[in-house]
Design a binder for this molecule. Structure first.
Ligand SMILES: Nc1ncnc2c1ncn2[C@@H]1O[C@H](COP(=O)(O)OP(=O)(O)O)[C@@H](O)[C@H]1O
Ligand SMILES: O=P(O)(O)OC[C@H]1O[C@](O)(COP(=O)(O)O)[C@@H](O)[C@@H]1O
Ligand SMILES: [Mg+2]
Length: 490
């Protein structure tokens, strides 16, 4: 394995600057692994597909917009089809579509590869050593995609690598499907390393899950569209409430611990929002160009307004209160103060306290309502593709990978690529500009701040190159967009 300074990185260099950042394969440490004919070649459902099996050397380019002189850049191994005792675990927070991914892994393994031994691990990582397992079959998972949550249960914390790998080894499991966010993928990565260290014939496949859509490299995470759609209901309610009273302000708090994608997309979709506040764009309350001034202006102009605030926004303003708190959950994630409640109170104090304008503020917090629901149609399709890609990779003996669409094509991505950074809304990018122009809110940035933001947002890797981004955080140009994330089958 070529180790470009990292364990388990397989970098293959080609002509004209071509780079393949490959995922590990079981044969890397078990050289004499037998192979079996792929049963899919005899499956009538796939017999009409012209080229179902991907070519062994197919790869997916991370950077899709290139110039005459630019190097060809990083590529990932293309996902596709390649005897088994599998297990599935879901970890971290809930997300619409978790049950669909579970269902499609079970049905895909059973129907495409004839795998019948599939175990569900209960309640996240700790379930490997502290809970019972559930046998899963196509029959038992048949209609779970219509339900929110995860039939397996989930948890934060509880990652004990050696106990988990002992359990995998003792149960004779040889495929582990791990569904979860960045924390979960970090956990999957250390499980894979321990499996490799013990020389076990066990493939570890990660399926990325985050409601916040902040997992790096992949185009978009499942459940995100569903959550944005559900957020519309809260925004509509805020709008109705605010326009029905004099000087009404409707405030909606949406998820987004470190990134404001849900708030940004919910705002852009709604058209009723006058101000969207996200963690990536600092704001201030008092004085010229501040939030209070803008609220006053909107109320004078329009008689009512709607504010959407991502939960991670303005945390620096709450820093004083935060300092006195124990701010981590069981997984080590930052715990936040309720910015919505704080901001509501600040606005009330500002306007009523000075007796200037009598405002009528309604605060709506639909936090868990946007994620505790089943996936919508397009997320269900997306979840199916993710599950299939993961199965095909594990069946082919690849291991230590996360699966996901990169520029519309599914790829196998080394764990470290999705855990080392998080996607954030790039406030110097076109999508945030679109938002600012649609709400007409102040940017809260001075010219110096803008210069600084531009510098900070300069691409450190290809993901941050705005020429290569979809929907604001990886925005493709319209010319490239013939294979968008909605059409992940291409
Ligand atoms: N650095 C890490 N190494 C190993 N396991 C981790 C790490 N970070 C988080 N985990 C485990 O991953 C699981 C989910 O992590 P969490 O951050 O809660 O959610 P998410 O996967 O959605 O980011 C938890 O069981 C947690 O213990
Ligand atoms: O209250 P919980 O279950 O810890 O979850 C809330 C947090 O999880 C998040 O949804 C992020 O989770 P994921 O990105 O892993 O889906 C945050 O937006 C939110 O702060
Ligand atoms: Mg996380």
């Amino acid at each position: 394995m070529a180790l470009d300074g990292r364990p388990n990185t397989k970098i293959v260099h080609g002509e004209a600057g071509y780079v393949l950042e490959d995922v590990p394969h079981l044969t890397d440490y078990i050289p004499d692994l037998p192979t079996y004919p792929n049963p899919l070649q005899d499956n009538p459902a796939y017999s009409v597909v012209k080229q179902y099996f991907v070519n062994l050397d197919d790869t997916v380019a991370q950077k899709i917009v290139v110039h005459k002189s630019s190097p060809r850049g990083t590529h990932f191994r293309r996902a596709g089809p390649r005897q088994v005792h599998a297990c599935i675990v879901t970890c971290g927070g809930l997300c619409p579509g978790l049950n669909t991914v579970i269902r499609e892994i079970v049905c895909g393994l059973a129907h495409m590869y004839g795998v019948t031994k599939i175990l569900g691990i209960q309640d996240g990582y700790k379930g490997f050593y502290a809970r019972n397992t559930i046998p899963l079959s196509p029959k038992s998972v048949n209609d779970i995609h219509k339900r929110g949550g995860t039939i397996l249960g989930s948890s934060r914390g509880g990652h004990d690598t050696s106990k988990i790998v002992d359990s995998i080894q003792d149960r004779g499991i040889n495929q582990v499907y791990i569904i979860g966010g960045d924390g979960t993928q970090k956990g999957a990565s250390v499980i894979f390393e321990e499996i490799q260290r013990r020389g076990l014939k066990v493939a570890v496949a990660g399926i990325p899950k985050t409601i916040d859509n902040d997992i790096a490299v992949i185009d978009k995470s499942f459940g995100f569209d569903t959550a944005v759609e559900e957020a519309q209901r809260a925004i509509n309610a805020a709008h109705v409430e605010s326009e029905s009273v004099e000087n009404g302000i409707g405030m909606v708090k949406l998820m987004g611990r470190y990134s404001g994608f849900i708030a940004m997309y919910a705002t852009l979709a709604s058209r009723d929002v006058d101000c969207c506040l996200i963690p990536e764009s600092p704001f201030y309350l008092e004085g010229k160009g501040g939030l209070f001034e803008y609220i006053e202006k909107r109320l004078k102009e329009n008689g009512h307004m709607v504010i959407v605030v991502a939960e991670g926004a303005g945390q620096e303003l709450l820093a004083e209160i935060l300092r006195s708190m124990n701010h981590q959950d069981a997984s080590g994630n930052k715990l936040l103060l309720d910015v919505g409640l704080w901001l509501s109170q600040k606005i009330k104090d500002h306007f009523t306290g000075k007796g200037r304008i009598s405002i009528n503020l309604k605060y709506i917090d639909p936090t868990y309502m946007i994620r505790a629901i089943p996936a919508n149609a397009s997320d269900n399709v997306y979840c199916t593709l993710l599950a299939h890609s993961a199965i095909h990779g594990a069946m082919a003996g690849y291991t230590g990978f996360t699966v996901g669409p990169v520029n519309g094509r599914h790829a196998y991505i080394p764990f470290h690529r999705v855990t080392e950074t998080q996607n954030k809304v790039v406030i110097t990018d076109r999508m945030w500009a679109r938002l600012l122009s649609s709400t007409n809110q102040p940017s809260f940035l001075s010219p110096e701040d803008i210069e600084l933001a531009k510098k900070e947002d300069e691409p450190t890797n290809q993901l941050l190159d705005s020429n290569n981004q979809v929907d604001g955080h990886h925005e493709k140009s319209t010319e490239d967009n013939n294979c968008s994330i909605q059409q992940t089958s291409c």
